[in-house]
Design a binder for this molecule. Structure first.
Ligand SMILES: [Zn+2]
Length: 1048
């Protein structure tokens, strides 16, 4: 090892130059991470494959400015030098540096880090008078040469640089080491990788533009980090996440409960600080972690509370009392992501720059400011949606600068809009990669999959001893769960078994499939599976008549009292005898004639015997489930599930049409068994790993959230008791208007809106009294029963496996995740789930809009519907339209100050007049007299689509009569409306697509992405929606969570 000195010239945050001398140790052996290594380097971990045509060594400038291009998975064999990585850390900050580190760590990318400055023969000290840039380039070149020599000339090395001098200087120095520009590199090696070419030109244009920025200040400078930190500590500044209201030019900061000494005001932890206007926001973008300074109290303001377009938020912020108001003085953490934008129409408004190619793109998300980008495609992409990234936002620039990444497609087309929703929610659903599919087991007619004898020997074999069966929606392919029940110990005991697909047997921790998995995404017309089909629909799926691995929980219950005697957890081998669907199982239980397909070919005698056996099992199961249910009820389980929760699901998940009004008891039975299994697995993993188990909790709701519910109910003459979950459920049951079943539905909707979200967490983070699941009334709960569709269940399966190993006295195998790691994972899953729900909701709105967009609201009877008032606002009503499952605002006062007046026959028109609002009603007065609109009134509305080219369409509801719609049947919500709606829109889109394909030859090709994403469409809408419902059934709290998401 050689010791030397390294002299660094660093720039401090304030621009001072600092000379730092560091001791620097050089070594002869530094890992090369190449599989071609002949020198026995200690290449632990990821190595570059040997079968590449060349290695790529990007120089400092390329890694700093063009990292996004290096992130393309197609680009293989990339060697990142230490020199380049340090430069990124130094001039791009922590966020970009972490991004680079993650890229290097990611096993899906063929790239490695080479510590070139520690390698004796690669390191070159900086020469006197040599500029930092020149020296860095020389270092990187030296590293490239080292690689070529180290691998004995077996591999060509390509150094890429944007420095033309370097190309001239180095390109012919060494055979086998090429020095070329990024553009040449892409053209020579990746001529087909169009997205990379487009990205290159958009980034390099943005870089050129940046050089020609003006110097006039538009915003105040941000304060340096050390001043911000000190200010936060002293209470002068407040730190929080910027949350922009999409309807008004105002934002708020959720603070972290700091008291503010300056103003003598104790800030309540849940108080928000208001930030009004662009200047005070000072370049902070929605989601950024910012530091604010409070303004003097005289400048404090209240929130805007009137009902504004598209807003359907209800609740607490009715009063507009002045609240703490501030301005942003610094930004601690940017939260920029990919944004979908449209280019503005070219009517000459874009002449704000010398360069006519610079345009202000309008983000789809109204909370994001316009983004200035440079493009040569502004005209060609007029009506398209484009993905862009923000690069910088200097104080001299009114808008942030960015570059375009790729084109999604024409705005307004179904596929473009669906992709927009995914990107806006940071949902990335690439097709399963080849590498991932290579990890998968094979099951084909030529090479059928068979169980491993070693596995069979290690597992408890239930194939001969247990009658195992599944009950799922009709046509279900991915069977997560099966059940068994039998009498043992001469009838003294019952043995109940829940057997779940053993997904973790096939999905190893840290494998590519494991890394990609997060959840199954359900949109209105499709789903994106979490696991490849060979697992989800085949080898993991507990299909009838085939041998499968399972993860089982089996209880020995006292046959009389059903008290738990013993619980067994472990891996098993099962063969499900019957794959039943709900209707069939219920028919068998009811003693109705029903054909069981598995028995169809048997002789009558054998058939009867088997049928009797199956019936006996179903009956016992029902008996046990009723008992378990009663047990939870005594514990105070919230009676929102059953009909109500499923009805609640209608509002948010839009599957009204498929939910039976009287659910079958067998639904409850299966759900109860799954809840039981989830509960007992939660107990097991929490008891074995008290500080590092993944559980799911549902905090009790805050009482003040029930205010609106209580007030509204009171106005209608009902009393709602919210003191306990049981009291709430009972009082909701009593709040029934015999004339109008929708009234009860409204109240339940409000109750659900008041609920908290259920969340995953690590047990090390919370005290045990916080583990409680309010909705289910269980002290501990987790997700174990749907590992094919939810990633949390996979984590829980691994924890359970480790717990079983500990129980057997064995070492728990490998170390399980720490509390901190598990908590990070829990947060990640929680945020993925929220994104999935937002996307699902947005896609539903998208389909509603596509449906009505085709219709003329003035003439089409479909556009007129019955609506019920569920909330009163300052200037209007919030209504629910049962026929379409639509919720939205109806205005009673317009911008001209006119109000809605109802005539003798109920028909409404705009008149000049005034408006008064009360807690339970709103009245308008005009020359025609007074019209009053009350909670739970039925009115008639006209539905039309409010279209904007840049944002999502929304529905516009206009009152046309204060009387119920004539043809409406409020007793029976239109039972097929919703699914027909989606189907019709899909059909129209498919026809349009077909027409487009016929014309495709004439149509210019835009980019690969346009086609790439049309994957994974489910052929059968019915089965898809059935699955959604079935999934919801397993997770009763989901309903509450969805509603809260939409209301917050
Ligand atoms: Zn080596």
């Amino acid at each position: 090892m050689i010791k030397t000195e390294k002299i660094l010239h660093l720039k401090s945050h304030r621009g001072r130059k600092v000379r730092v001398v560091r001791e620097h140790y050089l070594r002869e052996r530094v890992p090369c991470y190449s599989s071609l290594c002949q020198a026995d380097c200690e290449n632990d971990g990821k190595v570059l494959p040997g079968d590449l045509t060349h290695y790529v060594v990007p120089d400092v400038g390329v890694v700093v400015d063009f990292l996004e291009i290096l992130e393309f998975r197609e680009l293989q064999g990339v060697v990142f030098t230490q020199t380049a990585c340090q430069a990124v850390q130094h001039c791009k900050g922590r966020r970009q540096y972490n991004r680079l580190r993650n890229l290097i760590k990611d096993p899906r990318h063929d790239c490695v880090l080479f510590a070139n400055e520690f390698q004796e023969y690669s390191y070159c000290p900086r020469e006197k008078g040599e500029s930092q840039e020149k020296w860095q380039t020389r270092c990187v070149y030296s590293a490239a040469v080292w690689y070529h020599n180290h691998l004995a000339g077996m591999k060509d090395v390509v150094m890429i640089t944007e420095d033309q001098d370097a190309v001239a200087e180095y390109s012919s120095l060494n055979a086998g080491v090429y020095v070329i520009s990024v553009q040449d590199f892409l053209q020579n090696f990746w001529p087909e990788l169009q997205p990379a070419h487009e990205l290159y030109s958009s980034i390099s244009q943005a870089l050129q533009e940046k050089e020609s920025e003006s110097s006039q200040k538009e915003y105040t400078e941000h304060l340096p980090a050390e001043i911000l930190e000190a200010g936060i500590k002293s209470g002068r500044y407040i730190k929080g996440t910027l949350n922009i209201n999409k309807h008004h030019d105002e934002a708020s900061i959720m603070t972290e409960g700091l008291s503010n000494k300056n103003n003598g005001t104790e800030l309540h932890p849940s108080w928000a600080v208001l930030v009004c206007g662009n200047k005070n926001r000072n370049r902070a973008v929605h989601g950024d972690t910012v530091v604010v300074e409070l303004l003097p109290k005289s400048e404090w303001r209240g929130k805007v509370t009137a009902l504004s377009e598209g807003e359907e938020k209800s609740g607490e912020d009715n009063e507009s009392k002045p609240m703490p108001t501030g301005r942003v003085v610094g930004i601690l953490q940017r939260n920029w992501r990919d944004y979908v934008v449209t280019f503005p129409p070219r009517d000459g408004t874009q002449s704000q720059s010398r360069n006519s190619q610079r345009i202000l793109a309008v983000p789809w998300d109204r909370r994001i400011p316009k983004i200035r980008i440079s493009t040569q495609q502004a005209d060609a992409l007029q009506d398209h949606r484009v993905v862009v990234r923000i690069d910088s936002w200097e104080s001299t620039s009114l808008y942030p600068n960015g570059h375009s990444v790729r084109v999604l497609g024409r705005a307004g087309e179904m596929e473009t809009e669906v992709q927009t929703i995914l990107i806006e929610n940071c949902i990335h659903v690439p097709p399963f990669s080849d590498a991932q599919l290579r990890e998968m087991p094979v099951n084909s007619p030529e090479k059928p999959w068979r169980m491993d004898p070693v596995q069979v020997a290690e597992r408890r074999d239930l194939r001969e001893t247990h009658l195992v069966f599944s009950i799922d929606p009709r046509g279900c392919e991915d069977v997560d769960d099966t059940l068994s029940v039998r009498s043992i110990a001469g009838g003294k005991l019952l043995e109940l078994g829940v057997h779940i697909a053993d997904v973790t047997h096939f999905v190893a921790e840290g494998s590519l499939t494991d890394l990609e998995a997060s959840t199954t995404y359900y949109l209105a017309d499709r789903r994106y599976d979490m696991l490849p089909a060979v697992l989800s629909a085949d080898l993991c799926s507990l299909l009838g008549g085939v041998d499968r691995y399972a993860m089982s929980v089996m209880w020995e219950l006292d046959a009389q009292t059903l008290a738990v005697n013993k619980v067994w957890y472990g891996r098993t081998v099962i063969r499900s005898s019957y794959q039943l669907h709900y209707e069939l199982a219920q028919a068998l239980l009811n003693g109705e004639p029903a054909e069981v397909p598995e028995l169809a070919r048997l002789e009558p005698e054998e058939k009867d015997a088997k049928l009797a056996e199956l019936n006996q099992a179903l009956e016992t199961l029902t008996h046990v489930a009723r008992h378990l249910r009663a047990q939870r009820d005594r514990g105070g389980a919230l009676e929102l599930e059953g009909v109500e929760v499923r009805a609640q699901l209608d509002e948010q998940r839009n599957i009204t049409a498929l939910v039976p009004r009287q659910p079958l008891e067998v639904h409850e039975t299966v759900a109860e068994c799954m809840i039981y299994a989830n509960h007992w697995v939660a107990r097991k993993i929490q008891e074995t790993f008290p500080h590092q188990a993944l559980l799911r909790r549902h905090p009790p709701p805050r009482q003040e959230f029930f205010n609106q519910l209580v007030e509204s109910a009171k106005a209608m003459g009902f009393t709602i008791d919210t003191r306990t979950n049981k009291a709430l459920a009972d009082s909701l049951d009593r709040a029934v208007d015999p004339q109008d079943p929708l009234v009860n539905k409204m109240l339940r909707m409000m109750a659900t809106t008041a609920m908290s979200q259920a969340l995953y967490f690590s047990t090390g983070l919370e005290s045990q009294d916080q583990f409680y699941h309010y909705g289910l009334a269980l002290d501990r709960y987790t997700h174990f029963t749907s590992p094919i569709r939810r990633y949390a269940d996979i984590v829980v399966h691994r924890l359970l496996t480790a717990a079983i190993a500990v129980e057997r006295g064995a070492d728990s195998g490998r170390a399980i995740a720490s509390n901190k790691e598990l908590e990070e994972l829990a947060q990640h899953i929680n945020s993925k789930n929220r994104a999935a729900q937002r996307a699902q909701k947005l896609s539903t709105v998208l389909f509603q809009c596509l449906y009505f967009k085709e219709r003329d609201p003035q003439t089409d009877p479909q556009c007129v519907a019955d609506a019920i008032v569920y909330s009163i606002r300052n200037n209007g009503l919030l209504v629910y339209i049962p026929e379409y499952g639509v919720k939205g605002p109806v205005y009673l006062k317009n911008r001209e100050g006119q109000v809605v007046a109802a005539g003798e026959d109920g028909s409404c028109e705009w008149q000049s007049g005034s408006l008064r609002h009360y807690s339970d009603r709103i009245s308008t007065t005009s020359s025609c007299g007074t019209s009053t609109f009350r909670l739970c009134d039925h009115i008639t509305v006209r539905i039309s689509v409010r279209s904007t080219s840049s944002h999502a369409d929304s529905l516009n509801l206009e009152i046309i009569s204060n009387k119920p719609h004539r043809s409406a049947e409020p007793q029976q919500p239109h039972s097929q409306g919703r699914s027909q709606l989606v189907q019709e829109v899909v059909r129209q889109a498919e026809e349009a697509q077909q027409q487009a394909q016929e014309k495709a030859a004439r149509r210019p090709k835009l980019s690969r992405e346009e086609r790439e994403f049309s994957q994974s469409k489910t052929p059968n809408l019915y089965s898809l929606l059935e699955e959604v419902r079935e999934l919801a059934l397993m997770d009763l709290d989901t309903a509450a969570r969805v509603c809260v998401t939409s209301a917050s």
